[in-house]
Design a protein around this ligand. Sequence first.
Ligand SMILES: Nc1ncnc2c1ncn2[C@@H]1O[C@H](COP(=O)(O)OP(=O)(O)OP(=O)(O)O)[C@@H](O)[C@H]1O
Ligand SMILES: [Mg+2]
Length: 347
Amino acid sequence: MTTDEVLLDDLLRLSAAAGTTPEVARDVASARRAWSTAAAVVIGSDVVSLVADVRLPRRGGVVVACPRAADAAVWAHAVGVGAVDVLALPGQQATLIDLFGDCVDGAGRSAVTIGVVGGCGGSGSTSFAAGLGLTGAGRDLTTLLIDADPLGGGIDLAMGNEHMAGLRWPDLARSTGRLAAPTLREALPRSRELAVLSWDRGDLLCLPPESMRSVVSAGQRGHDLVVVDLPRRLDAAAEEAVIRTTVTLLVVPAQVRAVAAASRVVSAVRDVAPRLGLVVRTGGSAGLDAHQIEASLDLELWASMRPERGITAALQDGLGPLRRRRGALSSCCNLVLDAVQTESGAA
Ligand SMILES: Nc1ncnc2c1ncn2[C@@H]1O[C@H](COP(=O)(O)OP(=O)(O)OP(=O)(O)O)[C@@H](O)[C@H]1O
Ligand SMILES: [Mg+2]
């Protein structure tokens, strides 16, 4: 809402850059009509006192745009209309483009994001990450599975979709700005609800952290669930992913040496992950008890995973890790998804 034609020109240009066309209100009556349904509201500093006077109901996503640095009166009226920010142009135009971009992508949407890291080599973490992705997609959640381990065997190979058309990391490694969420999803190899971002067989082994940041952020805006298969030694790009997780789960086989190795991974990941949990892979001889491992690593136990029958051959044949709907891996993935969805719903 503004009557300042120069400011309006600027705002229309910025919204066009974000791929959206706003409804323009030039008086309080038309602003009132759109007030509660608009994805976001931008009020020009020229009319903010008028809007403050009519005392519209409080709502989120309101900003005041100002063609110069705002004075105290503009700030006072901004508080009066419940604005979250006062943005001076042209200095803060990037923030406005983001605001308009969020309207296109689905404002405020942020996927439940699960990081998966192995406590030792061959722990089963990639299989578990792929299992989570498949289970989420099976629940009709729009799901993004990200392979963040440049030295892993490739999650696309494990899933058997290495021949599917679509972008891989090297195609995205140059993207550092804001990625549009729908564009990312459309561009990736996808099988129904599950989109997968993997490496190709080339020699790119190091991602700029900014690329990971923009991909994970776009993934979170455009999906219900994001799963990230992490390397055991976090590089700068993987750290960007871990910071954005709802929870990061450490997969540890119930064996003494695996627990010893896992304790080293824990000390590296603990400082970065907002929340760290434990998944114990049971089975094999001389197995430790899951609760012993929980106590020894001082991590919250999220699930125990019994051995999945036939998984080695299924992975070898590119059939994916989830062969049986009621198998051990599927049960474990369902348990974890139930827990994380319940908690994020309650948050
Ligand atoms: N749930 C499971 N039950 C039984 N065996 C499994 C399970 N998950 C994985 N495995 C076995 O462990 C092997 C390694 O699995 P996976 O690649 O998932 O581990 P990883 O921790 O990602 O390994 P890396 O250290 O290479 O990243 C598989 O080929 C399979 O033989
Ligand atoms: Mg792996």
